[in-house]
Design a protein around this ligand. Structure first.
Ligand SMILES: [Zn+2]
Length: 259
């Protein structure tokens, strides 16, 4: 029960709770979802927003406000790992070391993956990935993904050419989960997918991930603080959102509306 004064982390959307997708537990696929910051719905960068009680998850005191806010990107990583069925011994390739790639890396490691290789072209982000549990990193501007033979790809780059290369790097019978923005067209060799019996799937937001994300973060197995590279007040929202474009060491900005 959420009462006045309870610290909560919110799921930033309002599904209708009644359609077949919602009733099946896949409320992320609800056709009537109103999701913050998805036009025409305004974002949640405001002092007050309205959320359904079920989407206001109480957080333990061990999770400060930064970490509570970062349960949202962590949820993207949890959902990707679930879709990819990461488990003990998995050989995972995380393509893209942005905020989502970095949480996916940590979730895969926490789920028992034997190998979590992170690929990017940003040396700083690869360093962070190594600190956060990557077993190896690959700067794809310098070297190839040959020989890794991952059985799971968590594609977090959103870059069409990089996505194609990472799918080609999968071992036979491998699975690719498209997590990054899927707005671009991507030409894939269906013969190559077929010969290797590659499974290709995608994620859209998340469903039922907050309890898992809270548990992982509270257990200390996920380091969310490492992602925070700047704090901003509500008036400096634009600077917060554009920080990664200006500074290649910027990962995630936290906006504190009260400051
Ligand atoms: Zn629905």
């Amino acid at each position: 029960m959420v009462g006045p004064g309870t610290r909560v982390s919110i799921e930033p959307g309002r599904p209708d709770f009644t359609c077949p997708q919602c009733l099946a537990g896949r409320y992320n696929l609800c056709p009537r979802m109103e999701f913050y910051a998805t036009p025409p719905i305004d974002g949640a960068l405001a002092e007050y927003v309205v959320v359904h009680e079920a989407f206001a998850h109480p957080v333990p005191d061990s999770l400060d406000d930064d970490r509570a806010a970062l349960l949202e990107p962590l949820s993207v990583g949890v959902w990707a790992a679930r879709k990819g069925r990461v488990g003990p011994g998995s050989r995972v390739l995380v393509n893209g070391a942005g905020p989502i790639g970095l949480v996916a890396t940590q979730v895969a490691a926490a789920a028992g993956a034997a190998q979590v290789v992170v690929a990017d072209v940003n040396p700083y982000r690869l360093e962070v990935a190594a600190r956060l549990g990557a077993t190896a990193t690959v700067d794809v501007s310098q070297s190839s993904l040959d020989g890794l033979d991952p059985d799971l790809l968590l594609e977090c780059s959103g870059h069409p050419e990089a996505t194609r290369g990472a799918i080609e790097a999968l071992a036979p019978a491998g699975r690719a989960v498209l997590v990054g923005s899927g707005s671009a067209d991507l030409a894939l060799s269906l013969g190559s997918l077929q010969r290797r019996e590659i499974e290709l799937t995608a994620t859209f937001r998340y469903a039922n991930t907050w309890p898992t994300a809270i548990g992982l973060a509270a257990s200390g197995r996920i380091d969310l603080d490492a992602l925070v590279t700047g704090h901003y007040g509500l008036a400096d929202t634009e600077a917060a959102l554009t920080a990664p474009a200006r500074d290649e060491t910027a990962i995630k900005s936290v906006i504190r509306p009260g400051e």
